[in-house]
Write a protein that binds this ligand. Structure first.
Ligand SMILES: [Zn+2]
Length: 613
C-alpha cells in the first residue's frame, strides 16, 4: 500500500478527553475517530489491526471445536422477558420498538438469543456437547463511556456459549476455553493475569477472569508476592490475623475472664479515631456497626429480627420470590472495611448500600455513630468473622454519647449470620500460602463462566437422554472484548513517540521510507516493496512528498514494527545499502539492498512464530 493513497490522518495534538495512552494513540495515529460519546469509527489502519485480533480469536475458538454463527444484533424483547433480564438489566439495556410497536433489544450479550436458537433445534443427547460463538457488535448504554474503545457504548465481543449433558462435559469445554484464552492473549503480545473466582484450590473454579494491569482499571486485584494467588477484591479472602471462634460456646468460654459489659460516657466523640484518642485504645479494639439497605434479597428472612412483616414479591421466572427491600446491621472489627460486593453475595441481593441516616435513626433508636450489636433487636445482625475473635471490645451503646466497653461476642450479643464480608487490603496475608498480598488495578479482557441452569431453566431448554427421559442441559459462557484487547495491546506496547505493535496485530509489518521518492531511490523502494509483498510481508510505502522528519514521526506514531529508510547516500555505496530499524529498538543497521527483503521476512516470521508458540 502506498501511503499517499492510504487514509491515515495522524494528529500532532492529543484529544482533550483522552487520558490513557491507547485512547490518545489510537486517535493520534489515525486508527480511530469519534462519532459521539462512546461511539467510534475504525479507520483503515485501525481496522487492519482490529481484524487481526478478531482472526486470532477466531482461530483459537475454532481450535476448541466451537462453531461460529452470526445472529442478528437486534433481538426480540420477548426473549429477554423470558429470561427475566428485560427487567433486571436496567438502563444499560437499549430497548427499542419497531413500527408495529413490538419490543426489541440491541444485544449487550447474547445468552437469550443463543439459548433460543439451541432450544428450537435440540432434541437428543447425541447433539451434545455443543459450543457456538459469534464475533459481533454489542451495545451497552454506559452512563459514562470513557477511555476510548476501552469503555465504549458500542463494541465488538466474541461470545461463546456451550451446552452439556453433565458437569464433567462442561468442565472439559471450560478448561479448553481457558487454554484458548491464554493462547489468544499471548498471540496478541499481552500479559494477562488470570483471576479465579475461588482461591484457585483443587476442584476447579466456576469462573475465571482475564485481566490486564491498567492504572484506570475498573477492578482492584489482590496478588500474592509468594505464589500464584490472584483475586478480584470483590471476592478476595485472606488468612485471618485473629482467632476465629466458629462456635458460640468457644466464644462464650473465651469471654469468661472479661469484665462485665458496661456503658461509658463518650461526650462529643463522633468517629473511631476520636474514640481511640478518648479511650487511649486502637481501632482494632472496636466493633464498628453499620446499617445497610439491601434491594431484591433472595434469602428467607421470616425468622430474622425486624423482618417478619416484610413483603415478598415475585420479580422473574428465574427468581421465585424476593424481598424488594430489607435492612441489616453489619458488625466488623474497627480497623476493617465492609466489602459491599461480598455482602450483596451473602444476602443474595442485587444491590446493597449504606442506609440513609433517617433509617439508621429509626432502626437503631440512636443518632448516627452510636450503633452497636449489644441490645440491637430490630435488625438482623451479620457479623464478620473478625468479630468472633473479640472477647473484650468497645462498641456503640445505641444512645447518644454512650458506648459499651468489655463487649463480648457470644456473651453480650449474638449474630444472625457469621460471614466473611471484610475488604482484603494490601499487606493482608495470602489465603493459600500466607505470603504478603499487594494490589494492582486491572481491566477485564475476557471471562469464562460456568452458567449452570440459569438460562436453560428460565427458557425451558430440554433434550431426551439415553433412556428417553427429558433432561435440561447445563451451560457455560465465554466472552472476550475485541476492542478492549486491541486497546490493551497499545497500553502494553508504546513509548513517548507512539505505538510499538507486536507483529501479530500490526496493521503492516514494514514501512519503507524513501528520503525522496524519485530516480534510483524510487526504483529501490518499489523493488523492495514488491519483493517483501511476494514473501507475504505487509508493506506500507511512504511515497509522500514530505520532509523525512515528518515521515519518521508518522512511522514511530503508527508503530509499524520495522522501518526501512532508502536514500541516495546508501545507494551510492560500492554495495548499495539501506537502513533498517526495529520500532522497539534504538539502533539501526545498514544492510545490502539485495539482502534486506530476506532479512526482514526472516525477522518477522521469527517474531510471529514466537508469539504463536
Ligand atoms: Zn500466596
Amino acid at each position: 500500500m502506498n501511503y499517499s493513497s492510504a487514509f491515515i490522518p495522524t494528529l500532532r495534538e492529543v484529544p482533550a478527553d483522552a487520558v490513557i495512552a491507547s485512547h490518545r494513540l489510537m486517535f493520534r495515529s489515525g486508527l480511530l475517530r469519534k462519532l459521539a460519546n462512546g461511539l467510534f469509527a475504525y479507520l483503515p489502519l485501525g481496522l487492519r489491526s482490529f481484524r487481526k485480533v478478531e482472526q486470532i480469536v477466531r482461530e483459537e475458538m475454532n481450535a476448541t471445536g466451537a462453531l461460529e454463527i452470526k445472529p442478528s444484533v437486534v433481538v426480540p424483547g420477548e426473549l429477554w422477558k423470558e429470561s427475566g433480564r428485560w427487567d433486571s438489566m436496567g438502563e444499560s439495556l437499549l430497548r427499542l420498538k419497531n413500527r408495529l410497536n413490538n419490543d426489541f433489544v440491541v444485544s449487550p450479550t447474547a445468552e437469550e438469543a443463543f439459548t433460543a436458537i439451541v432450544r428450537d433445534e435440540l432434541s437428543s443427547y447425541r447433539q451434545l456437547p455443543l459450543a457456538l460463538y459469534q464475533i459481533n457488535t454489542k451495545f451497552r448504554d454506559e452512563i459514562r463511556p470513557r477511555y476510548g474503545v476501552m469503555r465504549g457504548r458500542e463494541f465488538t465481543m466474541k461470545d461463546a456459549y456451550s451446552w452439556h449433558t453433565d458437569d464433567k462435559s462442561l468442565d472439559g469445554t471450560y478448561q479448553a476455553m481457558g487454554r484458548a484464552y491464554r493462547r489468544i492473549f499471548k498471540r496478541c503480545g499481552l500479559s494477562v493475569i488470570p483471576v479465579r473466582a475461588d482461591s484457585g484450590a483443587m476442584g476447579g473454579s466456576g469462573s475465571e477472569e482475564f485481566m490486564v494491569e491498567s492504572e484506570v482499571g475498573d477492578n482492584t486485584l489482590l496478588l500474592c508476592k509468594s505464589c500464584e494467588y490472584a483475586a478480584n477484591v470483590e471476592k478476595a479472602s485472606c488468612t485471618p490475623d485473629f482467632q476465629v471462634r466458629p462456635s458460640i460456646e468457644t466464644a462464650r468460654a473465651a469471654a469468661a475472664n472479661t469484665p462485665a459489659c458496661k456503658k461509658i460516657e463518650t461526650p462529643n466523640v463522633k468517629t473511631i479515631n476520636d474514640l481511640c484518642a478518648f479511650l487511649k485504645t486502637e481501632p482494632k479494639a472496636f466493633i464498628k456497626t453499620l446499617v445497610y439497605r439491601a434491594v431484591n434479597v433472595e434469602l428467607d428472612l421470616s425468622s430474622a429480627p425486624g423482618c417478619s412483616k416484610l413483603e415478598r414479591k415475585k420479580i422473574s421466572a428465574d427468581a421465585p420470590s424476593v424481598y424488594s427491600e430489607a435492612f441489616f446491621a453489619v458488625a466488623i472489627r474497627g480497623d476493617l472495611d465492609v466489602n459491599e460486593v461480598k455482602l450483596a453475595a451473602v444476602l443474595k441481593a442485587s444491590e446493597v448500600s449504606l442506609a440513609p441516616d433517617t433509617d439508621v435513626v429509626r432502626l437503631t433508636g440512636a443518632p448516627v455513630g452510636f450503633a452497636g450489636p449489644v441490645g440491637l433487636s430490630f435488625l438482623p445482625i451479620i457479623i464478620d468473622h473478625t468479630v468472633t475473635g473479640m472477647e473484650d471490645a468497645v462498641t456503640g451503646a445505641l444512645e447518644k454519647d454512650l458506648h459499651y466497653e468489655h463487649a463480648a461476642y457470644g456473651r453480650d450479643f449474638e449474630a444472625w449470620m457469621i460471614e466473611d464480608v471484610r475488604t482484603v487490603k494490601a499487606g493482608d496475608r495470602c489465603p493459600l500460602c500466607g505470603g504478603e498480598l499487594y494490589t494492582k488495578m486491572g481491566n477485564e479482557l475476557g471471562h469464562i463462566f460456568k452458567l449452570g441452569y440459569k438460562y436453560t431453566r428460565s427458557m425451558n431448554v430440554t433434550y431426551l437422554d439415553e433412556n428417553g427421559k427429558t433432561q435440561m442441559p447445563v451451560m457455560g459462557c465465554y466472552g472476550i472484548g475485541v476492542d478492549r484487547t486491541l486497546a490493551s495491546v497499545i497500553e502494553e506496547h508504546h513509548d513517548e513517540a507512539g505505538i510499538i505493535w507486536p507483529a501479530s496485530v500490526a496493521p503492516y509489518h514494514v514501512i519503507i521510507i524513501p528520503i525522496k521518492y524519485n530516480n534510483e531511490v524510487k526504483t529501490a523502494a518499489d523493488n523492495l516493496a514488491a519483493e517483501l509483498t511476494k514473501a507475504g510481508i505487509e508493506v506500507l510505502l511512504d511515497d509522500r512528498n514530505e520532509r523525512p522528519g515528518v515521515k519518521f514521526n508518522d512511522a514511530d506514531l503508527t508503530g509499524i514494527p520495522w522501518r526501512v529508510v532508502i536514500g541516495d547516500k546508501g545507494l551510492a555505496q560500492p554495495n548499495p545499502q539501506v537502513e533498517i530499524k526495529r520500532r522497539s529498538e534504538k539502533e539501526n543497521l545498514m544492510i545490502d539492498t539485495d539482502k534486506a527483503a530476506a532479512l526482514l521476512a526472516q525477522k518477522i516470521r521469527e517474531e510471529l512464530a514466537a508469539l504463536n508458540s
